[in-house]
Design a binder for this molecule. Structure first.
Ligand SMILES: Cc1cc2nc3c(=O)[nH]c(=O)nc-3n(C[C@H](O)[C@H](O)[C@H](O)COP(=O)(O)OP(=O)(O)OC[C@H]3O[C@@H](n4cnc5c(N)ncnc54)[C@H](O)[C@@H]3O)c2cc1C
Length: 372
């Protein structure tokens, strides 16, 4: 019987299982996908994560493939409103490291056990165990602790329907990673809403813009993203968009992350708007701060109750802060008529000329996380 079973081998479950394995804990992972997801969602890894993973060597692997983004420009109508600098936040890692999510996951997976492929159907607390199904049938794995990192769609494994309130926003976005010239991050804020442009390794940039109400039409997603690029004079980039993904905005936060020997981390516990660029980072901090507590629990045979309560409080508070920042970022990028848009640009220009620019950088780069 393993000491710990982790459900889900996304970035968060993968990091937790690797951290436990590095500490000598016997850990098993159950993942429904035979191969890791190929698509890229999260692209930014912030300095608190890089600092937390430095001793294990993971940071070095992440940085070997990453692009180091030291600043982000805010623009409106083509004019520069100001610059948000990430190079003043951390001496050791004065940048946001960008790389595609599969590359991040691969770096996190060093030392993690290969997942057992199966769909977890139930998680039980007394005694702790998971029930999963694969091609051969139904199986059960007992363990001393179960951690569920299976994303928001599998929340039903732990919470009753309605126990976690989900806030749905009307905003829709389209995005694509396409070949484009280098430089810093750029956020355009115009009457048509935001256009975010983030550099990735290999001469690629991620572009994100407001999308159509119905995201199901692939050709429409492409047309909308092309129009957003052309409106900013990015004609070559527009021509390079062959396909675009779409995403919606949800926010949720489970009030409790632990019931006895069963814990919840990552997007299953808290979802924040992707427009904040924080969801994966938040979950990685859940994992990296939980691993030493679980290790002590396994080694001593006693749950470190006080430390676990503090961990839960800090992670819920951090998710609340991150959710607020990401929602603010989403609302700031909405389309606006000419006058409110001019006011938005004016306020931002004024703010970015003051020390508030450092606060904004701090907020974006997870600096307000309670475990940063
Ligand atoms: C468009 C977009 C852009 C984003 N950009 C950023 C960004 O720049 N920075 C950032 O920090 N975050 C970003 N995010 C958020 C980030 O992608 C998520 O926060 C992150 O993937 C959460 O990781 P996770 O491991 O908790 O969950 P997931 O990535 O959802 O992984 C859960 C895993 O569990 C498995 N699973 C689910 N149910 C079961 C089951 N019943 N049995 C077995 N296995 C199961 C799934 O197959 C999956 O592998 C973005 C999200 C989107 C949508």
């Amino acid at each position: 019987m393993p000491d710990v079973v982790v459900v889900g081998a996304g970035p968060v479950g993968t990091l937790l299982s690797a951290e436990l394995a590095r500490r000598g804990v016997d850990v098993a992972v159950v993942e429904r996908r035979r191969d890791p997801a190929a698509g890229s969602r999260a692209i930014g890894v912030h300095s608190p994560i890089l600092a937390a993973l430095e001793a294990s060597g993971v940071t070095e692997r992440l940085l070997a493939d990453a692009r180091r983004v030291r600043a982000g420009e805010a623009r409106s109508g083509g004019a520069l409103l100001g610059v948000v600098r990430f190079d003043r936040l951390s001496r050791r890692f004065p940048f946001v490291a960008t790389l595609p999510q599969p590359a991040t996951r691969a770096a996190l997976a060093v030392d993690a056990p290969a997942p057992i492929v199966g769909e977890v159907e139930a998680v039980r607390a007394a005694p702790p165990r998971v029930v999963y199904r694969d091609d051969a049938g139904r199986h059960e794995i007992a363990a001393r602790i179960v951690v569920v990192a299976a994303g928001p769609r599998s929340r039903g494994l732990l919470y009753r329907p309605g126990a976690v309130r989900v806030q749905r926003f009307p905003d829709r976005f389209v995005m694509a990673d396409i070949p484009a010239d280098g430089g810093d991050a750029v956020v355009h804020l115009d009457r048509t809403g935001v256009l975010e442009s983030f550099p990735l390794p290999g001469g690629i940039r991620r572009f994100v813009a407001p999308g159509p109400a119905d995201l199901s039409d692939g050709a429409l997603r492409v047309r909308v993203l092309r129009a957003a690029l052309e409106a900013r004079g990015l004609v070559a980039e527009a021509a390079a968009v062959a396909a675009a993904d779409g995403f919606e905005i949800r926010r949720s936060l489970a009030p409790r992350l632990r019931r006895g020997p069963v814990l919840a981390i990552g997007d299953l516990a808290h979802e924040v708007s992707p427009m904040g660029g924080q969801g994966m980072n938040l979950g990685l901090l859940d994992a990296v701060t939980l691993a030493p507590l679980l290790t002590s629990w396994i080694r001593t045979g006693r749950a470190p109750e006080d430390a676990l309560r503090r961990w839960e409080r800090r992670r819920v508070a951090s998710a609340r802060i991150s959710g607020a920042i990401a929602t603010g970022n989403t609302l700031l990028g909405r389309p606006m008529p000419a006058v409110p848009n001019a006011v938005r640009a004016g306020v931002l220009r004024a703010l970015l000329a003051t020390p508030a620019a450092t606060l904004l950088a701090h907020a974006y780069a997870m600096g307000f996380d309670r475990d940063a």
